[in-house]
Design a protein around this ligand. Structure first.
Ligand SMILES: [Fe+2]
Ligand SMILES: [Fe+2]
Length: 124
């Protein structure tokens, strides 16, 4: 899960660089599509894990995933439609904060639930 999250952050950073450099919409949409791809795969794995583990917060966690995918779909469509205009940086700002908040909050709760019965490992 941590490795997946790192990958998502790398994809997001690549997208943010393009936006900050004022790249045209097609390049931005390409990077956005790659981020969406990784994100969908990651969500599928996380949702399968929740299913397997009988995670009690699955419904709300899934809802957060769906909400992000819906918002990103709208974002991609708008960027596509206005492909001759500079990309609106503010529209993308939420993506970064969503990722950060979700990983630090909902995903952390899930990880703690999955690891709840594992004995603590003494590393010394
Ligand atoms: Fe998640
Ligand atoms: Fe996650």
């Amino acid at each position: 899960m941590d490795h997946d999250h790192q990958e998502l952050v790398v994809c997001y950073n690549a997208l943010a660089v393009l936006i900050n450099e004022g790249e045209a919409a097609p390049a931005v949409n390409g990077a956005l599509a790659r981020l969406v791809d990784h994100t969908k795969k990651h969500f599928q794995q996380e949702e399968a894990l929740m299913e397997r583990e009988g995670y009690p917060e699955q419904a709300s966690h899934n809802a957060e995933h769906r909400m992000l995918l819906n918002l990103v779909a709208v974002l991609a469509e708008r960027t596509q439609q206005a492909s001759d205009q500079p990309v609106n940086v503010n529209r993308f700002a939420f993506l970064g904060s969503w990722l950060r908040n979700h990983i630090l909050d909902a995903d952390k709760d899930l990880a703690q639930f999955v690891l709840r019965f594992q004995p603590a490992i003494c590393r010394t």
